[in-house]
Design a protein around this ligand. Structure first.
Ligand code: PAZ
Length: 339
């Protein structure tokens, strides 16, 4: 029997007209061609209530995106393309932003690392039950060797949640993430320069639009599978210029080729005109990053001593970003006085 090469459906003439001639559609067109996630209304109402609360309190707020997006291969998704990110950067950063007095919206990939919980999950050698002991009176308790640290983590977690300073929201697929990014930034926009957007999620650059996707599970009887993915529109353009134009925007740049890292990070700053790029390499991202602004470039690295003392690099990154945010807020206040 002839092997059948499976490909996704070719774009229609109409869809081809919508792109910019290089196969990249406009961000607005993306939202017209894709269906919003079914829980978008719930996402919006939780975020609106959180923003209402913090608007009154005059708190600074950080919107953290964390973890990787999936790229489904079928509309009724059985298979998808994923990436390496487990959300460590975002989850860890959330704790340091809370320490710095921020309220945190933690928009994360479902089941990726979460602030505070992260100390007890996703550990290859320790499962949840391994932290517990069964006592003689048949009750259970935390094993005493973990008790002190757990008490400390628990009290910080309770302080954040009881003061309504930590909101968990999630996403899975790329389009889910993009709809929520747009909607979330617009809801937060009324807090203006008090919001920092900390875009640490690993967002796919390529996807299959839903009209071009197989509806049902792709069958192996069809032979080899050839996939063509479209390029994801550049969402930082509307985010910086329209959705969140008053906030401080911190994007992340990940590379595996050292020679590309700083030039690509600078290129992003020039192209989008936002304030900060944190550049990191895949294999050293927990030890060293470069914080780049339009006028400065600072390498932040952990020493051998820091590593031996289990210092986390976010402990150094967040205070630096808070200083930049201080400057952003006061420059905005200066602009307002001059008007
Ligand atoms: O989630 P994680 O801690 O495993 O990785 C963090 C990271 C490398 C995804 C983040 O620091 C980052 O660079 N995000 C942007 C990735 C990108 O360039 O698309």
């Amino acid at each position: 029997m002839e092997p059948i090469q499976q490909t996704y459906q070719m774009p229609t003439a109409d869809q081809q007209l919508l792109d910019n001639g290089q196969g990249v559609i406009d961000p607005d067109v993306f939202f017209e061609l894709n269906t919003p996630p079914s829980n978008l209304a719930d996402f919006e109402s939780k975020l609106t209530a959180f923003v209402d609360y913090h608007q009154e309190k005059n708190t600074r707020l950080v919107f953290i995106t964390s973890g990787g997006t999936t790229v489904p291969l079928e509309n009724q998704t059985v298979r998808f393309i994923d990436n390496f990110s487990n959300g460590h950067r975002g989850a860890c950063s959330a704790e340091y932003f809370l320490d710095a007095g921020y309220a945190v919206v933690f928009m994360h990939r479902q089941f990726s690392l979460q602030p505070f919980h992260r100390h007890y999950t996703h550990n290859a050698s320790m499962g949840f039950l391994d932290y517990l002991v069964q006592k003689d009176d048949d009750t259970i308790a935390v094993d005493s060797q973990y008790g002190n640290k757990m008490k400390d983590v628990l009290s910080k977690y309770r302080a954040a949640t009881e003061s309504n300073r930590l909101l968990f929201l999630d996403f899975v697929a790329l389009s889910d993430y993009l709809f929520k990014l747009k909607s979330g930034t617009r809801i937060l926009a009324r807090l203006q320069e008090r919001v920092m957007y900390y875009l640490a999620a690993a967002v796919s650059d390529f996807f299959i639009p839903s009209q071009k996707m197989h509806e049902h599970k792709i069958q192996s009887a069809g032979g080899a599978l050839t996939l063509t993915l479209d390029q994801v529109p550049k969402f930082l353009t509307p985010l910086v210029s329209v959705w969140a134009s008053k906030g401080l925007i911190v994007s992340f740049k990940l590379e595996t080729d050292d020679n590309l890292l700083v030039p690509k990070a600078r290129q992003a700053l020039t192209r989008y005109g936002h304030q900060v790029v944190v550049a990191n390499m895949l294999h050293t991202r927990k030890q060293t990053v470069t914080v780049i602004t339009q006028t400065s470039q600072q390498v932040i690295s952990l020493s051998q001593e820091d590593l031996a003392n289990h210092v986390e690099i976010e402990d150094r990154i967040i205070p630096q970003l808070v200083r930049i945010h201080d400057g952003w807020i006061s420059s905005d206040a200066t602009k307002a006085c001059q008007q």
